[in-house]
Design a protein. Structure first.
Length: 271
């Protein structure tokens, strides 16, 4: 039976994600421009990232004023309740800026440092994914009702479809390209979607066999990591470690460990 608190957190996360997704989908100006940059001139923030985070954090603060919040665009509140929200108001900003459909809103709730609720909505795909710790992973989309998610049966590594992403700092991205070049001959193929949250949900939905990326932040992966794990995926960082900015690896059982070993051998976490 789901903890009533977790059910309440899920309801709030779903409402916030739905509202923010609608704002981003329906409110995107035709002349959308870059509002700021972060790690490099191509690591961009738009006015809509900022507006979506304001909507989400405002709703959370109204409903649960004692909770902490960590948001990509600067929201930071300590809180006193033991609950912290980890918010990426627009994961895949460059896709959004260019009018590509693979972007998402990602909202997770942590209780005493452990993720207990995750919601990712991809408005242009008409899909929303969610999970509560211990309750499985679920999605709604172009089918009737909610669908329970499950990873694909693990193929041999040379038949695995794996997704990744690239950093916006040129030196880091160059090294990531070298790692990908070494991996490609050992896999079925590599995909690069542009939203870590969507990649993790696609792994949960059986659309990928594996995923890895360096340089992610808590808001990039908190919700998607829980959804993937609740669908049967394994996730981690370097061997024996949790996902982190050094490295995030996720995969179906049978793909995760050999992929993680290759990434360790190739020094995927190094500059």
């Amino acid at each position: 039976m789901t903890d009533p608190l977790h059910s309440d957190l899920l309801d709030l996360a779903q409402e916030a994600a739905r509202r923010a997704g609608a704002l981003l989908r329906d409110g995107r100006p035709a002349d959308l421009a870059v509002a700021a940059t972060k790690s490099s001139p191509i690591d961009v923030v738009t006015e809509m990232d900022i507006a979506a985070e304001k909507l989400i954090t405002g709703l959370i603060a109204e409903r649960r004023p004692d909770d902490g919040i960590l948001g990509e665009e600067g929201a930071s509140t300590e809180g006193t309740s033991g609950i912290r929200w980890v918010v990426d108001p627009l994961d895949g900003t460059v896709n959004y800026l260019y009018g590509l459909p693979t972007w998402s809103v990602s909202i997770a709730a942590e209780q005493d440092g452990e993720t207990v609720v995750g919601v990712v909505t991809a408005p242009m795909r008409g899909e929303t994914f969610h999970a509560v710790r211990g309750g499985g992973a679920w999605a709604t989309g172009a089918w009737d009702g909610e669908r329970r998610l499950a990873c694909r049966p693990a193929p041999p590594l040379d038949q695995a479809l794996v997704s990744t992403g690239f950093n916006y700092v040129a030196e880091v991205r160059t090294h990531q390209a070298e790692v990908a070049q070494r991996l490609i001959p050992l896999l079925r193929d590599i995909r690069r979607g542009g939203s870590a949250a969507v990649d993790l949900c696609d792994l949960a939905a059986g659309r990928l066999d594996g995923y890895y990326e360096r340089g992610l932040h808590a808001w990039d992966l908190a919700a998607g990591d829980l959804i993937a794990r609740e669908a049967g995926a394994l996730t981690g960082g370097r061997p024996g470690e949790r996902p982190s900015g050094d490295l995030t690896v996720a995969g179906t059982p049978g793909v995760f460990e050999p992929l993680q070993r290759l990434l360790e051998d190739f020094g995927a976490w190094h500059d």
